[in-house]
Design a protein around this ligand. Sequence first.
Ligand SMILES: O=C(CO)[C@H](O)[C@H](O)COP(=O)(O)O
Length: 219
Amino acid sequence: MMIGDSKKKAAEAAIAEVTDDMLVGLGTGSTAAFAIAGLGRRIREEGLRITAAGTSLATEAAARAAGIPVLAFDDLAAVDLCIDGADEIDPAFRAIKGGGGAMLREKIVASAARRMICIVDASKQVPQLIRPLPIEVLPFAHAFVAREIRALGGEPVARPTLSDQHNLLIDCDFGPIGDPQALARILDMIPGLLGHGLFLSEIDTIYVGDEAGVERHER
Ligand SMILES: O=C(CO)[C@H](O)[C@H](O)COP(=O)(O)O
């Protein structure tokens, strides 16, 4: 079975939790794309009435193309339900996000949301967070932020592409992250570092798709 099928199963299960009049935060990436397509189908077939908050320009465009009304991002204050993917997730519902470079908007939408559902295929489940952590950095602060990352034991590698906000995207390899809370606290305090992909408290529910079906886990 293809991983895409597992992603679709997780996304389809999650969108069943969406009801009329919700403002729904829509994630970025291939798993979230299944949720967007599924919500578009529910609008067409069932007359579901929702508005979406997109976590990237690509997601906003995909939502509009699917027939989902989209709220302007700068009007976003509170979201009913956020549905988003992840790159890794550990047993304590702590995730690394930002493979698509959208973690800053994703964090704003997740923080604005009353509930967050994370949709993943089983390959994203890990015992410990380990993959390089994406950060978004003001271009004129790049040398300083890179020095701070190295001082924390990380190896920063800049991506060739900028974020939707025209900032730098830098993947920071810390090896296995023993204490994600401690790392997040320090990263949150570095001037010029605008956002990072550690989502430690936002996720309430996880849908995991695999060959056998889909499992729901509640925090
Ligand atoms: O954080 C993200 C984008 O910034 C995505 O949720 C993450 O990269 C997972 O992507 P995919 O669903 O394509 O595997």
